[in-house]
Design a binder for this molecule. Structure first.
Ligand code: AKG
Ligand code: FE2
Length: 228
């Protein structure tokens, strides 16, 4: 679906794509991307085959095409609640470097979007999700409603280019804004868009740059504050 994606040679300034949503193109250099991928891979391996390992969650009637690893806490069902361990297996912690990255990108984003300014100090990286998108994966429109906190979500993209769709707070339909996320791009969403619908309609296979740490597919890391 290349027609969905921007021409790769267009200038890509840092900008607010919707109220409280800031795109920081190329915010992570290749060595940073490579080391985040290798760190995520080590964590994933350390819990592989356990109930807190990377998995493809069931949602509604189907199974997600994206593989998900929870960091810091895990959402259990029946009853729906935050847990720190599953069947005796501890959920892997949030790596310390996520806190520093979150604060750095929040400051950059707050300088562009006044709605994010209240969060440029005091953010706590209490939870994280590592999403792995195989080349044909996608993520449907949804709201990130699991965290009681209204703090912004800091979202890092590594690997294949993704089409990211930021919608509205009312429903999963238009109006929305589409933006191509290249390897190393960061999106921060908060303020009036913290509970907006968003999703990833597709990933462009074969676009991961040499040296990012991934040969194919895409990794998305989100860093989240959970409590108020
Ligand atoms: O992969 C992305 O860029 C978005 C991921 C996302 O929306 C989520 O994990 O809640
Ligand atoms: Fe999300």
């Amino acid at each position: 679906m290349p027609s969905l994606f921007d021409a790769p040679d267009l200038p890509r300034p840092a900008r607010e794509i919707a109220p409280g949503v800031v795109h920081l193109p190329g915010a992570l250099d290749l060595p940073q991307q490579e080391s985040l991928v290798s760190q995520a891979r080590d964590i994933t391996r350390s819990v592989a085959g356990t109930p807190v390992g990377m998995r493809r969650p069931l949602i509604g009637g189907g199974q997600m095409s994206v593989h998900v690893l929870s960091l810091g806490h895990h959402w259990a069902t029946n009853p729906y609640r935050l847990v720190r361990q599953v069947a005796g297996h501890a959920v892997p912690g949030v790596p310390g470097n996520y806190q520093q990255l979150a604060v750095e990108f929040l400051r950059q984003a707050a300088a562009i979007s006044p709605a994010l300014a209240p969060w440029s100090e005091g953010f706590r990286a209490e939870g994280g999700l590592v999403n792995y998108y195989p080349p044909d994966a996608r993520m449907g429109m949804h709201v990130d409603a699991d965290e009681p906190s209204g703090a912004p979500v800091i979202s890092l993209s590594i690997g294949d280019t993704a089409l990211f769709r930021m919608g509205n707070t009312l429903n999963r339909h238009k109006p929305w804004v589409d933006v191509s996320l290249l390897s190393g791009d960061v999106i921060i969403f908060g303020g009036p868009s913290r509970r907006a619908y968003h999703g990833v309609p597709g990933v462009q296979p074969g676009t991961a740059p040499e040296g990012c740490g991934l040969r194919e597919g895409r990794i998305n890391i989100t860093i989240r504050q959970v409590g108020e």
